[in-house]
Design a protein around this ligand. Structure first.
Ligand code: ZN
Length: 175
């Protein structure tokens, strides 16, 4: 099994900013530990982050957020990427659309993707869907992802397990 750790949208706007929440803040230390472990084991880390332009479709639904070139779109300081990590900007929920992600994963030789970040039922779930359509195995450590409320979170985990065959586990068992 060749894993890659994917960190979805742990950016200022979604953790402490405009669309931030205590739930998103709560998972930060768990993701930090997982990143540390991945670095130690030489498991590649890919950060995906929203970086929107004014004409992006999503803004009609969510309003202006995570605008490209602003601090709102930056990865939170506690999870700061290092030199060998990859950081890809995205403008859709899924990082598989209009980015280098498919090529990056192919080059890494990844076969299993570990998804963390926010929101479980929006960007994480849509990335998981595309990962499934691309043939990847999927693992989601449940203590490393969060939604705006408990119901959306639980429903999404269940959906990803049942529909995409995602292994729902915890961060201490994942790498
Ligand atoms: Zn967005």
């Amino acid at each position: 099994m060749k894993k890659t750790l994917i960190i979805v949208d742990m950016i200022n706007d979604f953790v402490t900013g405009k669309l931030g929440s205590p739930r998103a803040q709560k998972i930060v230390p768990n993701i930090a530990s997982l990143i540390k472990k991945a670095r130690k084991l030489g498991i590649p880390i890919v950060y995906l982050r929203d970086a929107h332009s004014p004409d992006d479709k999503e803004l009609a639904i969510w309003g202006e957020h995570a605008m490209k070139g602003t601090s709102a779109s930056e990865i939170i300081p506690q999870l700061k990427p290092e030199k060998n990590d990859m950081v890809l900007e995205k403008k859709w929920y899924s990082g598989f659309v209009d980015t280098e992600l498919p090529a990056v994963l192919k080059k890494l030789g990844a076969d299993t993707l570990v998804f963390t970040g926010v929101s479980t039922d929006i960007c994480v779930q849509n990335n998981v869907a595309d990962a499934y359509f691309s043939g990847y195995g999927i693992i989601v450590p449940r203590d490393c992802t969060a939604s705006i409320d408990e119901e959306s979170y639980e429903q999404s985990l269940k959906y990803m397990k049942n529909i995409y065959g995602a292994e729902i586990t915890t961060s201490d068992k994942v790498l």
